[in-house]
Write a new protein. Structure first.
Length: 131
């Protein structure tokens, strides 16, 4: 499944990308250290080439994860049922979990670091849902 990883933390991105590769569930994996670049790329994709999974960090400079989600609002019809966004955060704030529920495109919130069991659960759910 085509996967986008949007995170400004190079070490975190490296670890997550290698974990996804080790699990063999995400191919290709496109990484972005800038939410703006990811947004431009995502919006430009035709529906059939959208990533099935997007892992989105919340705390990034210039455009944070919340701003990224707001910018996707006008594109919901194109993305709905085709692109599942999982917020990756080191925050333990319950307010972030509550806020994430207000975004239709957000499929879940995961505390960093992402682990094998979470990856397997996400991709199994998406594969099962597509079948």
């Amino acid at each position: 499944m085509k996967t986008y990883l949007i995170d400004d933390d190079a070490i975190g991105t490296y670890l997550t990308e290698n974990l996804l590769k080790a699990e063999g569930v995400a191919a290709p994996i496109c990484t972005f250290q800038s939410a703006e670049k990811a947004l431009d790329d995502l919006i430009a994709q035709p529906k059939e080439l959208l990533p099935q999974v997007v892992f989105l960090d919340l705390n990034m400079p210039l455009m944070n994860g919340w701003q990224f989600l707001e910018a996707l609002e006008p594109h919901q019809n194109k993305l709905r049922d085709n692109c599942h966004i999982y917020i990756l955060t080191s925050s333990l704030a319950l307010a972030d979990l509550e806020k994430s529920r207000h975004y239709e495109l957000v499929s879940g919130l995961i505390h960093k670091p992402l682990d094998r069991d979470e990856i397997r659960a996400i991709y199994a759910q998406l594969l099962h849902g597509a079948a």
